[in-house]
Design a protein around this ligand. Structure first.
Ligand SMILES: C[S@@+](CC[C@H](N)C(=O)[O-])C[C@H]1O[C@@H](n2cnc3c(N)ncnc32)[C@H](O)[C@@H]1O
Length: 288
């Protein structure tokens, strides 16, 4: 099968890096992959996913890294969803949806977890990776949709999701957009969440270190060839991220406690955003 997109970009790694213990366990116990076949399974899935999504999360095998379970708030998220205190988790820009499967494996009811992404082919690659197309069908658990679509016909609204979500996970997502589109996406997040104190947005994304100016970063490589992909990524520092949420609050008449901190980036994280000032920003935002 010939690749549709250029593989000679720095963020396309030939060899899969060592698989984290928790991800390996998920693939073996949830997906039923033989322990000795884990790396081949990940590599085969990546080859297929690259044909639809030449993103760093695919090329650099970041889809095989768990993110949400490393947050200190993770046990509370799991407990709330298991007890029924919370009834709905939605992951936006979920890609292959590794953290969705981790929640299910950790005991969260399948009916409480949902994901959405622009590219149906990536959601299907997630089905290949986790062998669960029947359990998490497209159009019921996983939705192919442009998150920036705010028309009356938007997929998530038509599926009845507006005002029903307790926790939204957005990892490596908001940075896909320029600054104006981020404002639209954050407002869309608020429409999806229940209108009650305590609902939460959690995630991580590319940004810059505190002293560096927040900036627009042109989309590089074959990603720019995909319809629906915004052409610049706005990279925040901690302060500009808080300012974004002040604006979101003002625009929606809501108030948010925004906890955001800077994290060192793993080596692979520099293959796309290659400036020295590049950092990841992780955040937990709770409605007041
Ligand atoms: C960097 S990847 C991160 C994927 C996943 N969250 C992860 O951490 O492995 C960004 C994801 O956002 C999705 N995306 C980009 N623009 C989007 C849009 N307008 N609506 C919905 N999803 C979008 C991409 O398809 C891609 O899967």
């Amino acid at each position: 099968m010939e690749a549709l997109f250029d593989q000679s970009v720095p963020w396309y790694l030939i060899d899969v890096p060592p698989t984290d213990r928790a991800m390996r366990q998920l693939l073996v116990e949830y997906a039923g992959v033989e322990d000795s076949a884990v790396e081949k399974h990940i590599t085969d899935t990546r080859s297929k996913a690259w044909r639809v999504a030449p993103f760093p999360c695919v090329g650099s095998f970041l889809f095989a890294e768990l993110v949400l379970s490393n947050f200190p708030v993770y046990p509370d998220i799991v407990a709330n969803l298991k007890s029924g205190t919370w009834t709905r988790y939605l992951e936006v820009g979920c890609g292959l949806g590794q953290d969705i499967r981790k929640l299910i494996h950790d005991g969260v009811p399948m009916t409480s977890v949902m994901g959405t992404d622009l590219l149906p082919g990536l959601l299907e690659s997630g089905h290949d990776l986790f062998r669960d197309a029947d359990a998490l069908p497209l159009g019921k658990s996983l939705f192919a949709a442009d998150f920036l679509d705010v028309s009356d016909n938007n997929v998530l609204g038509k599926a009845g999701l507006d005002g029903t979500v307790d926790v939204i996970h957005a990892t490596m997502f908001l940075h896909c957009f320029d600054r104006p589109a981020q404002l639209v996406a954050c407002q869309r997040v608020i429409t999806l969440l229940k209108n009650q104190p305590g609902v939460m947005i959690v995630g991580k994304q590319g940004g810059v270190t505190k002293g560096a100016s927040a900036r627009e970063h042109p989309v590089k490589g074959p990603m720019g060839q995909i319809g629906g992909v915004v052409r610049t990524n706005f990279l925040h520092n901690v302060d500009s991220f808080k300012t974004l949420w002040d604006e979101v609050g003002q625009a929606t008449g809501t108030r948010w406690n925004v906890q955001v901190c800077e994290e060192e980036v793993m080596d692979r994280g520099y293959l796309y955003f290659d400036e020295e000032e590049h950092r990841w920003l992780s955040f937990v935002i709770v409605k007041l």
